[in-house]
Write a protein that binds this ligand. Structure first.
Ligand SMILES: Nc1ncnc2c1ncn2[C@@H]1O[C@H](COP(=O)(O)OP(=O)(O)OP(=O)(O)O)[C@@H](O)[C@H]1O
Length: 293
């Protein structure tokens, strides 16, 4: 059996006649934040739902925490956390009360190594809701509700947490706070996190590794900086000489700029080097895939 937290090998999914995942293979390692990045309709949610055990795949091998999610039982479910879109029920319950209640379902799944559920006071502090413990859920702000969603997702102290497009509709401050919280869950609590997004900024901020999925195929995997340098490759250099502007794309901007100085010396003006970005990589890959399709 694999030691990977998640192992996916040759995963295929078909809705009727339409194939939406083609031979998708990847691993998630313990304690990493792995991001599935891709445009609308790429197959991100389908992949996540198969891993969560909510959707049956058409073909391929999938193991999550050593078990096929299609055959998993309650004790497996207790080790997996899922953050659903905003929690809307129980508006009259108080925050601490709801977490205490939901947490009680996890008590039978405590082990010698893992205290389950997460004690309510500690959990509230971890998600930044300590001040709101006695507030009714319907009085929470949007950002506080989202923190509560996360608290509900992790109350059973999951080893693996799934977040499907977690910051859709957030304002910038709520997004920043949410990113900090996800980072802490991984670094302080060793939670493995698999999240989907079509937001490049979110992917590069949060991910240890990014997988780019387009049209149901993984077209690149790596750290944000590996993806940027390995695929986009080319920087853009701009400069002017005698009032005329120039630009050039080059894989080795340092060498190119050295040449410009050698050629123009003091006449060189308005020099600017724009490094290739993750966005360049992403767009190059997504467009390449669209052309190939
Ligand atoms: N239940 C379903 N029945 C038929 N087709 C579906 C179903 N669910 C998803 N699809 C199709 O499968 C493809 C992948 O959808 P999926 O929701 O996994 O993509 P996504 O990458 O999560 O997209 P988004 O970023 O828009 O949420 C899309 O073409 C979608 O229309």
């Amino acid at each position: 059996m694999s030691k990977g937290i998640v192992t996916v090998d040759g995963l295929q999914m078909q809705y009727g006649e339409v194939q939406v995942l083609h031979e998708v293979s990847f691993e998630a390692r313990a304690g990493e934040v792995l991001t599935l990045l891709g445009p609308n309709g790429a197959g991100k949610s389908t992949t996540i739902e198969i891993l969560e055990g909510f959707r049956l795949r058409s073909a391929g091998r999938v193991e999550v925490l050593g078990t096929d999610p299609a055959e998993a039982d309650e004790s497996w479910r207790a080790r997996v956390g899922i953050v659903l879109q905003s929690w809307r029920d129980h508006g009259n319950w108080r925050v601490g009360e709801l977490l205490q209640h939901l947490g009680s379902y996890y008590t039978p799944y405590a082990t010698a190594g893992v205290v389950r559920p997460w004690p309510t006071g500690e959990l509230l502090a971890a998600v930044g809701l300590a001040e709101s413990a006695d507030h009714k859920i319907r009085t929470l702000s949007g950002g506080q509700r989202r923190r509560l969603d996360v608290a509900i997702g992790i109350v059973g102290r999951p080893e693996l947490l799934f977040l499907d497009e977690p910051t859709t509709g957030f304002d910038p401050e709520a997004r920043r706070e949410f990113h900090e919280l996800v980072g802490r869950l991984a670094t302080e609590y060793g939670t493995t996190i698999l999240l989907t997004t079509h937001d490049l900024d979110e992917a590069s901020r949060l991910a240890d590794r990014i997988m780019i999925l387009t049209s149901g195929r993984i077209v690149a995997v790596g750290t944000p900086s590996e993806l940027t340098t390995a695929i986009a490759g080319e920087d853009e250099v701009r400069w002017s000489v005698g009032g005329q502007g120039f630009r050039k794309r080059t894989a080795d901007s340092t060498e190119f700029v050295r040449g410009l100085f050698a050629q123009y010396g003091e006449e060189l003006r308005e020099l600017e080097v724009r490094r290739a970005s993750l966005e360049d990589t992403y767009l190059a890959l997504v467009r390449g895939q669209e052309v190939a399709a």
